[in-house]
Design a protein around this ligand. Structure first.
Ligand SMILES: [Mn+2]
Length: 641
């Protein structure tokens, strides 16, 4: 099943670019139970409708909700209840994490002896929030102001990870204990430096150990992914691990106060980091995100309040969603590390001074605007090159380089190129180095093409590289760039030869339009917070009829009035040739909005009476006049009947 349609990333709608001449990549619909690499639904395992029916009956859920829960790995009524009703009791005991008691004991000793402590963080939301949580917890335990210091690396000058020079300076400044957050799992050399200097090191990190499962030499390591750790939740973000450590420290001190007062306020921050760091929102991550978002409704600290004001969000009037955090709050917090230094983020969330908080929040707002401008300017250059450079466009993997593109945005640029072309893309910025020019690259990939493997095949060219399967970063001498391009082209030709660039749209369940009701919308709200690992459901309605001609809004957007037609085709045996009878359903039409899809309507020749298959998401429009349930179009194809 395929058609051309809207990008499936919400960000693409938010930042829709002006239409250009290049046709959008083909959209392919992946049906529930179908493997994305398979083009034959018949050989895939379809959704288990019987199992969903049983779960629906036993857990008293609508069938469609049971189908969605099954797709999230929820199989029993008890699990379903837990998923739909997150509560603090679902949080795991921090003591289950390997290394916890050693870490707690050492930190308590440092507080008692007034030993200066250094928190070594990272420059993104996860890394800065982790610093805030641990700093707050240790100070609550009686550490006097100034005892807990922190270092958040400068993205451009230092890059990701620990640096021995920082440890040496810390030692000279009288630090005796270093605690990493969101980093350190592969800091073997730096751990040696710490040992040599006589610094005690506690590593708290969620990143995977290296291929040999080696661990740096540290006093304690908190990482559910390290060998021997049986902690049940393996995909916590860095800030959530800091939360578990804070929880363990404070529970020994005053368990009642911890549970009733402190934990709820810590969960707010941990929820923001959990959503921003794109860990799957299931299991304990879902508990953290759901409880934290709920807590954000209540009166909050100066920093969060200032940040909400800066982005015009009022959590008291409307329950915050995962979307609000991922697309409104997180980009502002990340802008600090992308465009400048992230240490002010720590100050924003630690200060009690509303005026200082407002100052920092407006600075983040300004940096985020700057980030957008820098990104837009580079994107215009990239778009122009994609329009005119035929040789580049013929490549299956795009490597686009430019002089001195801002390194804080090259990863975002690569993601934008993937959105527009449906090809794996690497954006490279060439800068003057101390001796010769250096090329810094950041890449993003498409389903089914692990970009890290492609990069690893060129490992000898890099001075530094790393990342996840679908997002990589690297640096190399600019002189080696032609060789990198040559090898990546060969690699892509070999590994992507059989693939046509296409955007996959995952359909999560079939839902005829006449089954969209306020009650169902209420159930679907219980799936919040949505995000990675718990995506907003995309439904498929077959045979929807346009009851009026399509309407174009602002020359770009599409609006349809649709009615569901039921098809009477329950013929016992294959009686080909009988045309199905169309039975118009009772009830009114539903409004469907397609952002940026005006061109699609023309291309498909949509007119009043057209019969279409519609991929859609359910929306609640709170407009006073047009309010009510409507659907947002994710894709359209002409129904074959
Ligand atoms: Mn992280």
């Amino acid at each position: 099943m395929s058609s051309i349609g809207a990008a499936n990333e919400p960000i693409a709608t938010a930042n829709a670019s002006p239409s250009n001449r290049r046709p959008p990549p083909r959209q392919r619909w992946v049906m529930p139970g179908q493997h994305p690499e398979s083009h034959r639904p018949d050989i895939d395992q379809g959704p288990n409708i019987d199992q969903a029916a049983a779960l629906a009956r036993e857990a008293r859920l609508p069938q469609i909700v049971a189908e969605l829960l099954l797709a999230r790995g929820v199989t029993t009524p008890a699990e379903a209840f837990r998923f739909l009703n997150p509560e603090a009791a679902h949080l795991h005991d921090p003591g289950l994490m390997l290394g916890m008691s050693a870490a707690v004991e050492r930190i308590e000793r440092a507080i008692a002896a007034r030993e200066p402590i250094l928190l070594y963080g990272d420059y993104d939301v996860d890394g800065t929030v982790a610093v805030v949580l641990l700093k707050t917890a240790i100070e609550m335990l009686g550490a006097p102001a100034g005892l807990v210091r922190f270092h958040v690396p400068h993205r451009l000058r230092e890059g990701y990870g620990m640096q021995s020079a920082v440890l040496e300076q810390a030692h000279a400044d009288g630090i005796r204990l270093v605690i990493t957050v969101d980093t350190g799992m592969r800091a073997f050399e730096e751990a040696e430096t710490a040992r040599r200097l006589g610094l005690d090191l506690i590593v708290t990190d969620h990143h995977l150990p290296d291929a040999n499962d080696a661990a740096p030499a540290a006093l304690a390591i908190l990482n559910p992914n390290q060998i021997g750790c049986t902690y049940p939740e393996k995909s916590l973000c860095g800030a959530a691990i800091a939360l578990k450590l804070a929880q363990a420290l404070l529970e020994r001190h005053d368990p009642a106060r911890m549970r009733e007062k402190i934990l709820p306020s810590f969960l707010k921050m941990a929820a923001i980091a959990t959503i921003a760091d794109a860990v799957p929102l299931r299991g304990e991550n879902r508990t953290i995100a759901a409880l934290g978002l709920r807590e954000l409704r209540r009166p909050i600290g100066a920093g969060l309040r200032a940040l909400f004001a800066a982005v015009a969000l009022d959590p008291a009037s409307r329950q915050l969603t995962g979307f609000d955090v991922a697309f409104r709050l997180a980009p502002r917090i990340n802008a600090a590390g992308r465009m400048d230094v992230a240490s002010e983020v720590v100050e924003l969330f630690s200060t009690r001074d509303p005026q200082r908080a407002t100052e920092i929040a407006s600075k983040l707002e300004r940096l985020n605007r700057e980030r957008r401008e820098v990104e837009a300017a580079a994107l215009t250059t990239i778009e122009a090159r994609l329009e005119t450079d035929a040789e580049l466009c013929a490549c299956r993997l795009l490597l686009i380089d430019g002089d001195s593109w801002h390194r804080g945005v090259i990863g975002i640029l690569a993601a934008r190129v993937v959105e527009r072309t449906a090809k794996p893309a690497i954006v490279v910025s060439i800068e003057d180095g101390p001796d010769s020019a250096i090329a810094h690259g950041s890449g993003r990939s498409v389903d089914g093409f692990p970009l890290l493997a492609a990069i690893e095949s060129c490992a000898d060219l890099f001075t530094r590289f790393g990342g996840h399967a679908f997002a990589v970063g690297f640096a190399l001498p600019a002189a080696s760039l032609p060789e990198l391009k040559r090898r990546l082209r060969l690699y892509a030709e070999e590994h992507l030869a059989a693939r046509e660039p296409e955007r996959l749209l995952r359909i999560h369940a079939e839902l005829p339009l006449d089954r969209i009701t306020p009650v169902l919308a209420g159930w679907l709200r219980k799936l919040e917070p949505l995000g990675h690992g718990n995506p907003e459901p995309v439904f498929l309605a077959r045979n929807a009829r346009l009851v009026t001609a399509p309407r174009i809004m602002k020359e770009r957007h599409l609006r349809l009035e649709l009615a569901q037609e039921s098809l009477a085709r329950e013929t016992a045996s294959g009686s080909g040739g009988i045309s199905p009878r169309h039975i118009p359903t009772a009830g009114g039409a539903i409004r469907a909005v397609g952002w940026g899809l005006a061109g699609l309507a023309a291309e498909l020749g949509l007119a009043q009476g057209s019969l279409i298959n519609l991929a859609y998401r359910i929306r609640e429009n709170d407009h006073p006049e047009y309010g009510g349930l409507e659907v947002e179009i994710a894709g359209i194809e002409i129904a074959q009947n």
